[in-house]
Ligand binder design. Structure first.
Ligand SMILES: Nc1ncnc2c1ncn2[C@@H]1O[C@H](COP(=O)(O)OP(=O)(O)O)[C@@H](O)[C@H]1O
Ligand SMILES: [Mg+2]
Length: 267
């Protein structure tokens, strides 16, 4: 059996706004195993980013438990959470979140320095080289293309060799070709380090590269997403699952009626 790396148990998040209480997450249960890659898909506003922020301890749930690498995030204060993130997680945001007054190298080294990891600069330089940016190390974000900024963000996320990478639409702001190259880097590093990867994407092709996909809808996990299946195929698959689980499906009832056998008895 594999070890769980991330466990969300019955996560609810409600925020009180101008027009009353808003239920943003309504009972999210999700487990991601060590070394697994998981895509979260689903419509805009369904709670994907919020779920990721809860995994990162950047948002606290109203109720429910969050465990990462066996640690209960709910029991940690803000300082402990910040330390935990530095040593266990890399986060890649859709809009890069680089510090504009720091070079690519300084941006990449920053979390390593915060975590008091020795040889931060040298490690950051290695991480930049791994994403093909050795010759851009001393450029500021404004001097880098969108793709180069996102590769810097990836280098920063991987520099401390975290157990977990959380990526929120990492290619959302990039053209298709640049996005694909960045994703190739992401999966290459994930395989090399055995990192647990959770990524949010609207790109079916990208989602299909993950071991597993879940779809969110309306603040919940709506089910396992199967790319390329039509509604009909999904229904057929559900019927098949029902049958395997021993439920009486519609067809089975009909068969029972025509054979005169009582429902629920199997030969
Ligand atoms: N800080 C907040 N205050 C109020 N509503 C929020 C806040 N953050 C997110 N929401 C709402 O929660 C819902 C889920 O948002 P989000 O997790 O960003 O969805 P997704 O990433 O799937 O598009 C949306 O309806 C959004 O407007
Ligand atoms: Mg989002």
């Amino acid at each position: 059996m594999r070890n769980p790396m991330i466990e969300l148990s019955d996560i609810h998040l409600s925020l009180v706004g101008g027009s009353g209480e808003v239920n943003i997450l309504r009972g999210v249960d999700l487990r991601v195993d060590a070394g697994e890659t998981l895509a979260i898909v689903g419509p805009s506003g369904s709670g994907k980013t919020t779920t990721l922020m809860i995994m990162a301890g950047l948002e606290r749930p109203t109720s429910g438990a969050v465990r990462v690498a066996g640690n209960d995030l709910g029991g940690m204060n803000e300082d402990a959470l910040a330390r935990f993130r530095r040593t266990h997680m890399g986060i890649v945001f859709q809009s890069f979140h680089l510090v504009p007054t720091m070079t690519a190298l300084e941006n990449t080294a920053l979390p390593l320095e915060f975590a008091h990891i020795p040889h931060a600069r040298a490690r950051a330089a290695e991480a930049l080289a791994a994403v093909g940016l050795a010759d851009r190390a001393h450029h500021y974000p404004a001097q880098l293309s969108g793709g180069e900024q996102q590769r810097t963000a990836l280098a920063r996320a991987f520099a401390a060799d975290p157990k977990v990478i959380l990526a929120d639409e990492p290619t959302g702001n990039l053209d298709t070709e640049t996005g694909e190259r960045i994703i190739d880097h992401l999966f290459a590093m994930q395989r090399q380090h055995g990192t647990t990867l959770v990524l949010i994407t609207h790109d079916r092709g990208l989602a299909a590269r993950c071991h597993r996909q879940v779809r969110m809808a309306d603040g919940r996990i709506a089910g396992a997403a199967q790319p390329g299946l039509t509604g009909q195929a999904e229904q057929a698959e559900q019927a098949n699952k029902n049958e395997q689980a021993g439920h009486s499906g519609h067809d089975e009832q009909q068969a029972a009626q025509t054979t005169g056998q009582p429902k629920g008895t199997r030969p």
